[in-house]
Design a protein around this ligand. Structure first.
Ligand SMILES: [Zn+2]
Length: 352
C-alpha cells in the first residue's frame, strides 16, 4: 500500500525589488485576509519602513494596530500576543530586522493567525522561513512556525541597512554548503529523511552567492537584491523539506552554542560562517573545500577567524566540543569532538 504524503507550505506572494514597500498593501490584499493588520516593528525599522506601512494600511481603509518592541524577548512576544489576540486583528505584519520578524512569527503562531514578513535587513534566512528562535536566559527557544503568507523585501531599504547585517545574511547562505552535507550524512547514517530537490536548491543557492561574491559590495542595491533572492530560495528549500535541515547543520549548532557561552555573541550569520569553515574541514579533510568557504566569506568582508568574531580560542574550542548537545540533530559532530581534534580543526583552518 502506498502511504507517502507531503504538505508543502510556501509564502503566497514574494515581492522583492526597488521601492516595493509601496506594494505591501497590494501584496496583502491579494491574500483575501479578513480583519485588520497588527504591525509589529521596532524603533529604527519604524522610521525607515514601519510608519509608512501603517499609513498605507490606514489609507486603504483598514484600522491597523501597532506594537513597537525594543528587544527580541519572550516578554516582547507576550506583548504582541496580547494585542494579536484581539478579535479585530486578522493577521500580523512584521516590519524590521530578523528579531522583529522572529517575534512576529512566534506571536502569530501562538494566536493561530497568519503573518507577513517585511524585512528591513537581509541578515538571516529567518525572514522567509518557518523557523523562529528567541533567546531565553542562556538558551535559545526555537519553534517551528508557519512560513510567512507574503514577503515584501524592498532592496532600497535593505541596501541602507548596516553592512554587517548584509554580510551576515550572505554568510548564513554560504553555510548551506555544510548544512546540506550534514543532512546527507544524517540520511546515510541515521536514515533521516532527505529531500533531493530541497537539498539541491539549498546548495545551488549557496553556489550562486559565492559566484556573485564580487558584486556584493556596501551601498550597492544590487547586493541587497542578490542576498535577498538567496535568502528567499533558502527559505523555500526549508519549506519544501518541512525542516530547517537544508540550511542548518553543525555550523548552526556551533553558533547556537556560542550564543550561550560567549561573553559577547555576535551576528548569527557571522558565527555560522566561521563554523562552516571548520565543519567543512571535518567533512572533507585538509584538502577539502574549507578554503573556498573561507575565501568566499573573506571576499564579502565576513569574519573568518575567532579574532574577527571577537572571541578567544578557548570559547571556540568549548563551543565545538559541546555543540552536539544543543539539540537532537545528527551532524558531522556526531556524539562530540575531543578537545584535541577540535583544536586541530580550528588551528588548521586558521580560525584560532
Ligand atoms: Zn541561519
Amino acid at each position: 500500500m502506498f502511504e507517502k504524503s507531503t504538505w508543502i507550505r510556501l509564502p503566497r506572494n514574494v515581492v522583492v525589488g526597488h521601492g516595493v514597500l509601496d506594494d505591501t498593501v497590494a501584496a496583502v490584499e491579494e491574500l483575501h485576509l479578513a480583519g485588520d493588520p497588527l504591525v509589529v516593528t521596532s524603533p529604527t525599522p519604524a522610521e525607515v519602513a514601519g510608519d509608512r506601512v501603517v499609513e498605507a494600511f490606514a489609507d486603504a481603509g483598514l484600522d491597523p494596530q501597532v506594537v513597537r518592541i525594543e528587544e527580541a524577548t519572550f516578554g516582547a512576544v507576550e506583548d504582541v500576543i496580547e494585542v494579536a489576540a484581539d478579535g479585530d486583528v486578522g493577521y500580523l505584519v512584521g516590519v524590521g530586522g530578523g528579531k522583529v520578524i522572529d517575534v512576529t512569527k512566534m506571536a502569530a503562531e501562538d494566536v493561530d493567525k497568519g503573518f507577513v514578513s517585511v524585512p528591513t535587513a537581509a541578515s538571516h534566512d529567518g525572514i522567509v522561513s518557518a523557523r523562529a528562535s528567541i533567546p531565553e536566559g542562556d538558551t535559545r527557544h526555537s519553534v517551528a512556525a508557519e512560513p510567512p503568507l507574503a514577503v515584501v523585501a524592498d532592496t532600497e531599504i535593505l541596501a541602507d541597512a548596516p553592512w554587517e547585517l548584509t554580510t551576515a545574511g550572505c554568510a548564513d547562505i554560504i553555510s548551506n554548503f555544510t548544512a546540506v552535507r550534514d543532512w546527507e550524512l544524517a540520511h546515510r547514517l541515521k536514515n533521516v529523511e532527505y529531500h533531493e530537490y530541497a537539498g539541491a536548491l539549498s546548495r545551488m543557492t549557496a553556489e550562486m552567492l559565492v559566484e556573485n561574491a564580487d558584486s556584493i559590495r556596501p551601498e550597492l542595491e544590487e547586493s541587497a537584491w542578490i542576498v535577498t533572492k538567496a535568502l528567499v530560495s533558502s527559505g523555500v528549500a526549508m519549506s519544501i523539506a518541512g525542516s530547517s535541515r537544508p540550511a542548518s547543520g553543525a555550523e548552526h549548532l556551533f553558533s547556537h552554542q556560542l550564543d550561550r557561552i560567549a561573553p559577547n555573541p555576535t551576528y548569527h550569520g557571522h558565527q555560522v560562517g566561521v563554523g562552516s569553515i571548520m565543519t567543512e574541514y571535518l567533512h572533507s579533510g585538509p584538502k577539502g573545500q574549507w578554503r573556498d568557504i573561507r575565501d568566499a566569506l573573506a571576499s564579502i568582508d565576513a569574519p573568518t577567524t575567532a579574532d574577527e568574531l571577537g572571541l578567544d580560542s578557548e570559547t571556540v574550542i568549548e563551543a565545538l566540543t559541546t555543540a552536539h548537545e544543543i539539540r537532537d540533530r545528527y551532524t558531522i559532530l556526531g556524539d562530540g569532538m575531543s578537545e584535541e581534534a577540535a583544536r586541530e580543526a580550528a588551528r588548521v583552518t586558521g580560525v584560532i
